[in-house]
Design a protein around this ligand. Structure first.
Ligand SMILES: C[S@@+](CC[C@H](N)C(=O)[O-])C[C@H]1O[C@@H](n2cnc3c(N)ncnc32)[C@H](O)[C@@H]1O
Length: 189
């Protein structure tokens, strides 16, 4: 089991008055390195990255997430902002990823080790993977399921082992901003 609780996410995404969240600074800073073309946002949630990237031009965005409520929110926000982006309900633990190839794949705050080889397969040659997710440092701030979290160096090792060229990798532990994540940019050669 790699994903979080279905009911918890449905409840969270159904909370009235829940406004849009800002994209992660890492995603914004990485924009110049992302490859234009088809873009997949894996476990996109309410689409903070999918919608941000759709607004930047040059990306044909597809966001997937298991939560029907999140997908509905994504579609509504895209329509409100006049953005062209597609969203699809998909359970990543039970279904396969949409057919690629994708020029860029974005995955944030979601870790499912057995998905990694599929992500690499779905990238086109020269395609970019942006991955950011929580590390074991998160355990210091409360009980969490360890299998949702990344071990030191794990993100880099997994994707280097699958043949990607690592463009950048960092682990961040900043309690003041509640950032405890590993961040990777990699290219399929
Ligand atoms: C922490 S949120 C991250 C959302 C988004 N990537 C972001 O950074 O804002 C985790 C997301 O994973 C989704 N998720 C959990 N299990 C999933 C699964 N098996 N298949 C697809 N999505 C899943 C949840 O619905 C939730 O939207």
């Amino acid at each position: 089991m790699a994903s979080d609780n279905y009911a918890l996410w449905e409840e969270r995404y159904s909370t009235p008055g829940r406004g849009p969240r800002q994209p992660e600074p890492f995603v914004v800073e990485s924009l110049p390195y992302l490859r234009r073309g088809a873009l997949l946002d894996v476990a996109c949630g309410e689409g903070r990255h999918a919608l941000y990237l759709a607004s930047q031009g040059g990306f044909r965005v597809l966001g997937v997430d298991r939560s029907p409520t999140a997908i509905e929110v994504c579609r509504k926000r895209a329509a409100e902002r006049g953005l062209e982006a597609r969203f699809q309900e998909l359970d990543l633990e039970r279904e396969i990823l949409p057919a690629g190839p994708f020029a860029t794949i974005v995955a944030t705050r979601y870790w499912q080790p057995d998905l990694c080889s599929q992500l690499v397969e779905r990238l086109e040659g020269g395609g970019i993977l942006l991955y950011e997710s929580y590390t074991y440092d998160y355990l210091r701030y409360g009980p969490r399921r360890r299998d949702f979290l990344l071990a030191p160096g794990q993100l880099r090792e997994v994707f280097a082992g699958l043949g990607l060229e690592i463009l950048s990798y960092a682990e961040v532990d900043r309690p003041e901003t509640r950032e405890y994540s590993a961040r990777l940019l990699a290219r399929k050669v």
